[in-house]
Design a binder for this molecule. Structure first.
Ligand code: TRH
Length: 386
């Protein structure tokens, strides 16, 4: 959808975003994108409070892990510690993923002559109830403050997905020359005509050994780009040896390369440059959709299998328009095998056979997602209406 970025009114210019890193990188990954999009696309003055600068510095290497206050571009980054300082309250306050604002800050919000707009940014889900809860107000008892629930999502009745204003144009401009330059910047060989290039970002996954075996047996050459952490550990375990310095591990049709942790913008390019992406969690899952490449998602496992319904809800939406139904079923089987230790060998072979059609579908899907607007723009519009 082509729209102008919503303008922030002068009296809504200052935004505080609060982020607690529960585990992994998704919390800070989403908050960092939102902070940048609000600042760069909408001109907001953003102050980002983060309790774990070490995780943050992985995806943004210019972050100093021991600074209490620092700037990255126009964004002020503050270390969030228990002894919260006395600061001016912003006009818009984003509490990411119910991270619980400091009590002293909430008191200061309540003392403001005009109450700030208080947003609780929720986790992403494709489930139907999200549309009913999006934008709901939750007034605080004995207070002038009201918290609003803001749900990212896949339909126009949700908050949409994080997406930079220029993202689709940049993605479209990423041609084979840009791709070759990207591979060379990683020290990875250029492409050969007959290989399938796959990125792997996953949690510990019991289906992975079988998938590696399937890839190693062909019939096509697979060049696997393995991200640090659980993916690298499992690949090394399967090969029975460590990556030899910067060199690959090889067996049969499979060649695996270990990647360093990439800055977030380079991670996005990795997803653009691969033929298929295995992603996880929330933020890389969204980026795989904007990358418009076939992808396989490992959902973040939750207690009591709550994630089963979330996975199905997404598959129902994502596959609704993929025809014929047998192709949609092939994608579903592969994803379910990957998440629930099913027959990933057969699942992969079916998925790979339908790859070109799934890729075409990914482009249609991305333009459909674009109809929901993007999260930062939708937030600015919502806040302006308050
Ligand atoms: O790290 P994750 O597993 O995060 C998860 C999910 O967000 C989950 O929903 C949440 O509940 C849990 O954290 C606490 O996966 P995710 O969401 O894909 O976040 C990874 C981020 O790291 C994303 O912004 C991309 C970024 N990244 C890089 O920038 N460079 C890299 O090399 C890699 C591998 C990731």
């Amino acid at each position: 959808m082509r729209y102008n970025a919503a303008t922030i009114e002068m009296n809504m210019r200052r935004w505080d975003i609060f982020c607690r890193v529960v585990d992994n990188y998704g919390d800070i990954g989403v908050c960092w994108r939102l902070a940048r999009q609000l600042a760069e696309d909408h001109g907001a003055d953003v102050r980002l409070w983060v309790d774990d600068l070490a995780s943050f510095s992985k995806l943004c290497p210019s972050i100093s892990t021991d600074a209490t206050e620092q700037h990255v571009g126009s964004i002020e980054v503050r270390r969030w510690t228990d002894d919260f300082p006395s600061v001016d309250v912003a006009e818009v306050v984003v509490e990411a993923f119910a991270c619980e604002l400091p009590a002293s800050y909430i008191d200061a919000m309540a003392r403001r002559e005009v109450a700030p707009v208080w947003i609780n940014l929720e986790y992403l889900s494709a489930e139907g109830w999200v549309e009913d809860c999006h934008r709901l107000a939750s007034p605080r008892s004995n207070s002038t403050l009201t918290k609003h629930f803001f749900f990212p999502g896949f339909t126009p009745r949700t908050g949409g997905l994080p997406r930079e204003r220029r993202l689709l144009a940049d993605r479209a401009a990423f041609d084979s020359a840009a791709e070759a330059e990207f591979w060379s910047s990683l020290g990875t060989p250029g492409r050969s005509a007959d290989e399938t290039r796959i990125s792997l970002f996953c949690y510990e996954n019991t289906a992975l050994p079988e998938l590696l075996r399937t890839w190693s047996e062909g019939p096509c050459a697979v060049r696997l780009l393995v991200t640090p952490g659980a993916a690298t550990a499992q690949v090394q375990r399967w090969f029975g040896r460590e990556f030899p310095g910067t060199g690959p591990l090889e067996t049969g049709f499979l060649t695996a390369h270990a990647l360093p942790f990439l800055p977030q913008a380079a991670f996005d390019r990795l997803l653009w440059a691969c033929d298929v992406n295995f992603v996880r969690g929330e933020d890389s899952f969204v980026r795989a959709q904007w990358a418009q490449r076939p992808f396989v998602w490992q959902i973040y496992p939750q207690a009591e299998n709550v994630h089963l319904a979330k996975l199905d809800a997404f598959l129902d939406r994502y596959l609704a328009e993929l025809k014929p139904p047998s192709m949609a079923e092939a994608v579903r089987r592969c994803w379910q095998a990957w998440n629930f230790d099913g027959d990933i060998g057969a699942g992969w072979l079916d998925f790979a056979e339908n790859r070109q059609s799934v890729e075409r579908h990914g482009k249609v899907w991305a333009s459909q997602l674009d109809q929901a607007g993007n999260l930062a723009n939708n937030l600015v519009c919502f806040v302006s209406g308050k």
